[in-house]
Design a protein around this ligand. Structure first.
Ligand code: ADP
Ligand code: MG
Length: 136
């Protein structure tokens, strides 16, 4: 079984879509292993999004991630990483397939509703940051 991290980002929490997003995931057969509500600060965002430091959208991304609560889920399923990315939809708004989580609950390119780990290495790193190292 493969493990991955899903983050329900601040715009989707503000919009009242926590339950809707978890329903999509559960209906697809994912098992929820851990779950918590947390608020990113700049340090946590910098660690989590270190690959994007220095990019044009970085400051906007960090401000958004720190703008409200997020919900983190440790998920398990066969082929969990690729399947979650499929259910999430693309980072480019015009490429999001109808019915995907970002098509349903994404506002724009930055405020796109959800994050999902993109590889086994990212999943291990991100699950560790969110569930083993943050105390909130
Ligand atoms: P994904 O979340 O699909 O893995 P990336 O890792 O490329 O996408 O980007 C991380 C996050 O940064 C995205 O989910 C989105 O919130 C934001 N983002 C990425 N690219 C841009 C961009 N060009 N303009 C604004 N925000 C962006
Ligand atoms: Mg990414």
């Amino acid at each position: 079984m493969q493990q991955t991290l899903l983050l329900i980002k601040p715009n989707a929490v503000r919009g009242g879509h926590i339950g809707d997003i978890i329903s999509i995931i559960e209906r697809d057969g994912f098992k929820v292993k851990k779950m918590k509500l947390l608020r990113f600060d700049e340090n946590l965002a910098a660690e989590f999004y270190r690959e994007h430091i220095g990019k044009s959208f970085y400051d906007k991304l960090v401000a958004f991630m720190c703008s409200g609560d997020s919900v983190a889920l440790h998920l398990e399923k066969e082929d969990a990483i690729a399947r979650l990315r499929e259910l999430m939809g693309d980072v480019e708004p015009e490429k999001r397939k109808p019915g995907t989580i970002r098509a349903l609950y994404g506002e724009d390119k930055t405020e796109n509703g959800v994050h999902g780990s993109d590889s086994v290495e990212s999943a291990v790193r991100e699950l560790n940051i969110i569930f083993n190292r943050t105390r909130i």
